[in-house]
Design a protein around this ligand. Structure first.
Ligand code: SAM
Length: 275
């Protein structure tokens, strides 16, 4: 297979810049550019998109995004050791890569004034991945500022994101994602795909926003799912007692003997709208 670009192999980049992986920053790098291209391709056509990438590290995924034609990549990296390596990529693709040093959890992406359409693509640090996803799912306005999310997670988290009712992995995260997005797992990656290998299998999840999610107040929905799944093995008449129990469920026309994991997103919204 032809080289992705004229830049040096990532192993050389890592060695030259002394980028030994730091566990505390969730650094498990993808060094195979065929794999990073597969992740980038999951985001679809990038040629008219601005891609937001969190945690570019030595730049394997960044290079794939640019080689596949992303109009622009804006990458937020917390580890300043990676900046010289990323500057080399920026020089190779003039005007197409902007690197911001900082903690992505503290960046208000919505107000950056980035030209759209915006696609978010990232091999996320596992310790902050779920929180970043929740931040992107709960912007001030809907439809959100992003057109799609293509994100790497531990497989167990990916299963919770795409889970639907009557699935063992279904819970608060599945309800939130199902309410606001259409989500699917694109493919898995074994630990050996990463350097150093993590302990668990990873998965790439692709999410697109629903144009018109059922009208529902986020705080109320969260209250219902937190209360219901807090005691997921109990019948709803017991688990939802603090919110009104049987009377509330009767009003929502839901059998009080059902359990949280059997309720569809629509049914959760129906209960939340009665609070
Ligand atoms: N994208 C690279 C790849 O695929 O090989 C690196 C992915 S590695 C799993 C996660 C990256 O996120 C690391 O480069 C790490 O330094 C960075 N990172 C960790 N916490 C971060 C945060 N809060 N904000 C921005 N970047 C962060």
């Amino acid at each position: 297979m032809a080289a992705l670009d004229g830049l040096p192999p990532l192993r050389d980049v890592i060695q030259r810049h002394g980028l030994d992986a730091k566990k505390a920053l969730g650094q498990n790098f993808l060094l195979d550019l065929n794999i990073t291209q597969k992740v980038a391709r999951t985001a679809g056509d990038l040629t008219d998109a601005t891609v937001l990438e969190v945690g570019p590290g030595p730049g394997g995924l960044t290079r794939a995004l640019l080689a596949l034609g992303a109009k622009k990549v804006i990458a937020v990296e917390r580890d300043s050791r990676c900046l010289p390596a990323l500057a080399e990529i920026s020089d190779y693709y003039p005007g197409r890569l902007e690197v911001m040093e900082g903690d992505a959890l503290k960046v208000d992406f919505e107000t950056l004034g980035i030209e759209g359409p915006i696609k978010i693509v990232a091999n996320l640090p596992y310790n902050v991945g779920t929180q970043l996803l929740i931040n992107w799912l709960t912007p001030r306005q809907w439809p959100p500022f992003w057109q799609s999310l293509t994100l790497m997670f531990q497989k167990e988290v990916g299963e919770r994101i795409v889970a639907q009712e009557n699935d063992d992995h279904y819970g608060r995260l599945g309800v939130l994602c199902g309410w606001l997005t259409q989500a699917h797992m694109a493919f898995d990656l074994s630990p050996q795909a990463f350097t150093p290998p993590p302990k668990v299998t990873s998965t790439v999840v692709h999410l697109t926003p629903r144009a018109a999610p059922l009208p529902c107040d986020l705080a109320k929905l969260e209250k219902v799912t937190q209360t219901a799944f807090g005691q997921r093995r109990k019948m709803l008449r017991a688990s939802l007692k603090p919110l009104g129990g049987e009377a509330l469920l009767n009003k929502a026309d839901i059998d009080p003997s059902r359990r949280a994991e059997t309720l569809s997103v629509d049914e959760f919204c129906r209960i939340a709208n009665l609070l």
